[in-house]
Design a binder for this molecule. Structure first.
Ligand code: B3K
Ligand code: ZN
Length: 880
């Protein structure tokens, strides 16, 4: 049975029939019975007198008052999530609505809910309609004034968007606070927080000399863990001024950390609500990765103030307008704060391993989707990360200055508006007199383009030609694809490794690193370079200048040459990846359980050179030592057997570890230090390299290697080294691993974020028996199905990162996930739908696994009470 679902189309967009001049809200907070009074000053937005339609879900409607008189039954209807009042004045009018909601029963974590006893809200995308009846769409923007009334002892802190304009005490131990946000905003940016919180305060002086009060609100026990978040916030504010000329606009910027949150964080105007994972950190409790993540997410949400809040989306199809752009901005911020090349490699890994997979599956959709059933399912890698790549390509095509001109024009034109991706591109075009017409195919076509590349050299003409042929596979929305327009960054080297400064026959010149940016627009195109004495070595798609797959046949020797000589750090790393990928694929091809995997000598030599390299950035060396991910390897295969992929990659790693054991040990030792922990680029890179070496040392299972891990665990004074040691031991030896896990639990069981790490380590353990372990951990007191971080750490990690065991041939992993989705769906459909992602990929596997996965999908589809969230994923997955 297929559940009928309501699909919404971009082509059906119409302007809102009513706009709002003002919104006044009054919350009387109570865990079970919160009453919300809202007063809306409405204005008709068309000549034809249209009924007033407001969205309202999961609430009790108590009262509707139109222009001062209460409406009686029959004067309005309220069904299927719509409150409709047919007879409304054709001039400005007032409507008052009273609703009753139950925050304590809200396990979906959308709308108003409780986290650790504190009230908080999540309204994007459509959570506001769970609070009151409202035109809950992003193109209805208004000024909000919010009064919160609550018990003074349990809720000493009362927060909403904007500025505090009044507060005071009421009878019965209650108090109130009134907030006014002078900037017009859509309902999805509304926020309310109330509870027992403390704040860490600081300030920032803006470029124009205004002092902004910065406040981070947390539970009392966490107040020592906010220094890094605060420092990151100040850096973000300064960076946006320097790089984009954007100054903060309110007098206060507040962040609240909560433990129960469906995603990373939320950019509500002046009052960001964060998953505590992206706020709380000390060297003892958080890893370098966590510190990176906090800096990036604090930046991301802060940057939304201009790209998202001041200028917002007209409709949810335009989500990438704010998300792709803001991801691009946070990527640039992190690149400027740390190592640019490392950041680029991390971002490209996400695109290749995860976004390409999405693009190749049943959930594939363009950066600007054309339709959806549940918008929450479209907060995807495509909208966010591919969206950021699309912005990056414009940056590459127009240059940093041209891009900035486009951004300035965009802000100037659209401040205070709800706009479309077309408006953004138009600003870029107009500011630069650059035609981006064909470029817009990136917004409307799904799928990963593939470039087939060959080269030729004409001795007589001293001419080198790169032949490029682009294609894009069919995706659910279209079979025929128009060619994409993209920048190709290209470099040439001579056979001795010297960097050449090529000149394109079309006129483009190389920059100081020898990179030429050439636009590709045709299905088949020749890129010609002139004035070359000998045939050069091509360095193609430097810095991953377009989100495409490249099919360019190169010998291991050529890849090793580029690994050693390419001046583009990204391409040096990429050559290393491609070489290991080729070797691993060859072994997968020849796989038999009896045969030992062997590593090609040229690769061993390459890795040896990395370990002996004392000049390059240690962070980059660490990245180069990591073998291609199982996801990325799997994407190269016609039919995937995840058990074989894991086994070959793992044996490969063990073999490298064995052959180069003394070098791994030497490098590991050379990176030992007595310097106290600091989160600082050089140290982070050195720790990454050291811990990468540790991983290899323990992968070489000979006597005594485990002791190095045990020793690091016992002597470490920071979570980065502790986790690296713990992970290596847990994956090497069950008994010793269990001892350390017990010790770790004793030390940290009171810290939920550290316990998330404890769960992830166990869920991703490569030793046999992990599914059983995961099942047992679900019974453990630290686990809760109601907490998204716990679900992601235990179940999400097992199903999406432990490929070999999740995809065990007996299908038990699939059945386990099916059970969990069915249990979680009624509680939190958004998280349940996310968990279903691995099932969408069923077509990639062998027939036996396909059948087993389909059984689970059908079982979900046959569940009459299934949510629209999960239903959409399941239906799309099973569509032919
Ligand atoms: N805009 C939010 C995401 C909201 C997700 C709603 N399901 C966080 C962000 O991207 O900054
Ligand atoms: Zn965002």
């Amino acid at each position: 049975m297929t559940i009928a679902q309501k699909e919404i189309f971009l082509k059906d967009y119409t302007v809102p029939p009513h706009l709002l001049d003002e919104v006044h809200l009054r919350f009387e907070l109570d865990p079970q019975q919160t009453r919300v009074h809202s007063t809306l000053i409405c204005r008709p937005n068309s000549d034809a007198n249209q009924p007033l339609r407001l969205n309202g879900e999961h609430l009790t409607l108590e009262k509707v008052v139109l222009e001062g008189s209460a409406l009686k039954e029959g004067e309005y209807t309220f069904s299927d999530g719509i409150l409709e009042i047919c007879e409304v004045p054709d001039k400005v009018f007032t409507i008052e609505i009273t609703t009753l909601i139950n925050p304590s029963a809200n396990t979906a974590l959308e709308g108003l809910y409780l986290s650790s006893g504190n009230y908080c809200t999540q309204c994007e995308a459509e959570g506001f309609r769970r609070i009151t009846c409202f035109p809950d769409r992003p193109d209805v923007m208004s000024v909000f004034t919010t009064t919160i009334v609550a018990d003074k002892t349990t809720c000493p802190v009362l927060l909403s968007n904007g500025n505090l304009i009044e507060s005071g005490t009421l009878e019965d131990g209650r108090h109130f606070a009134t907030w006014n946000d002078p900037f017009k905003k859509p309902s999805y940016l509304f926020a309310l927080v109330a509870g027992n919180l403390v704040s860490i305060d600081d300030e920032f002086t803006t470029v124009s000399g205004r002092t902004i009060e910065l406040r981070i609100f947390v539970e009392e026990k966490n107040k020592e863990k906010c220094a890094h978040a605060m420092a990151s916030l100040k850096k973000s504010m300064q960076w946006d001024e320097q790089v984009f000329g954007r100054e903060y606009d309110l007098d206060t910027f507040m962040i609240v950390a909560v433990d129960d949150f469906n995603m990373g964080a939320m950019e509500n105007k002046g009052l960001n609500v964060f998953n505590s994972k992206y706020v709380l950190a000390t060297p003892e409790t958080a890893t370098d990765n966590d510190f990176d993540g906090i800096e990036g997410v604090i930046g991301h949400e802060y940057f939304h103030n201009w790209t998202g809040n001041r200028i917002t989306c007209r409709d949810w199809f335009q989500l990438s307008l704010k998300e792709g752009l803001t991801v691009f901005r946070d990527q640039e911020f992190s690149s400027d704060m740390g190592s640019r090349a490392v950041k680029r490699i991390q971002d490209v890994n996400i695109i290749r391993s995860l976004q390409f997979r999405e693009d190749g599956g049943p959930m594939a959709h363009p950066v600007r989707p054309a339709s959806f059933v549940e918008i929450n399912n479209f907060y995807t890698l495509t909208v966010y990360n591919k969206g950021a790549e699309v912005i990056r390509m414009m940056h590459t095509l127009l240059g940093a200055q041209g891009f900035r001109k486009g951004m300035d024009l965009y802000f100037e034109r659209h401040d205070g508006q709800a706009v479309t991706c077309d408006d953004f591109v138009q600003a870029m075009e107009d500011a630069n007199s650059f035609d981006l017409g064909q470029f817009k195919n990136w917004y409307s076509q799904a799928g990963t383009p593939k470039l087939e590349v060959t080269t030729s050299f004409d001795d007589a003409k001293k001419q080198f030609t790169v032949h490029v042929e682009q294609s894009c596979p069919p995706t659910p929305e279209a079979t025929e694809k128009k060619p994409f327009f993209m920048p190709l960054c290209i470099g040439l080297l001579d056979k001795q490794g010297k960097v050449l400064t090529p000149q394109a026959a079309s006129g483009e010149l190389a920059d100081e690193a020898g990179t030429v940016v050439l636009p590709l627009s045709k299905e088949k195109q020749d890129l010609v370079f002139t004035g070359l004495e000998q045939e050069p070595v091509l360095s193609f798609l430097r810095n991953f200048s377009a989100p495409v797959l490249v099919d360019f046949q190169r010998s291991p020797k050529e890849l090793a040459f580029l690994m050693a000589h390419d001046p583009d750090p990204f391409n040096r790393w990429d050559a290393a990846q491609e070489l290991s990928l080729a070797c691993i694929l060859e072994q997968i091809d020849e796989y038999s359980p009896e045969k030992k995997v062997s590593v090609a000598p040229i690769l061993i030599e390459g890795i040896k050179a990395l370990l002996e390299d004392t000049v390059s950035d240690p962070a980059l060396l660490a990245m180069a030592l990591i073998l291609p991910s199982e996801n990325w390897i799997s994407q190269q295969l016609e039919v995937v057997d995840p058990v074989i992929v894991f086994s070959v990659r793992n044996q490969f790693r063990e073999q490298v570890a064995r052959e180069l054991a003394p070098l791994f040990e030497k490098r590991y030792k050379s990176l030992q230090t007595d310097n106290p922990y600091q989160y600082e680029t050089r140290q982070v890179g050195e720790r990454a390299l050291k811990n990468c070496c540790l991983g290899y040392l323990l992968a070489n299972k000979t006597d005594g290697t485990i002791n190095t891990g045990l020793e690091q665990y016992n002597t470490s004074d920071n979570m980065t080294d502790t986790m690296a040691a713990l992970q290596s031991v847990v994956n090497a030896d069950r008994e010793q691993g269990d001892t350390l896990l017990a010790d770790f639990y004793n030390k940290w069981h009171q810290d939920p974020l550290v316990m998330d790490k404890w769960l992830i380590l166990q869920a991703t353990c490569i030793l046999p028996g992990t599914l059983e372990r995961v099942r047992n951990l679900m019974e453990h007191e630290v686990f809760s199905l109601k907490n998204p971080n716990k679900v992601r750490s235990l179940i999400g990690a097992f199903c999406s990162a432990n490929h070999a065991q999740f995809h065990a041939a007996d299908g038990k992993g699939y059945a386990f996930l099916g059970d969990i989705i069915l249990t979680l769906d009624p509680l939190n459909p958004q998280i349940a739908a996310r968990l279903a992602t691995p099932l969408t990929q069923w077509r990639r596997y062998d027939v036996a696994r396909q059948e087993l996965i389909k059984q689970q999908l059908k079982r979900l589809q046959d569940t009459p009470t299934l949510s629209g969230d999960v239903g959409e994923i399941v239906n799309r997955s099973l569509q032919q």
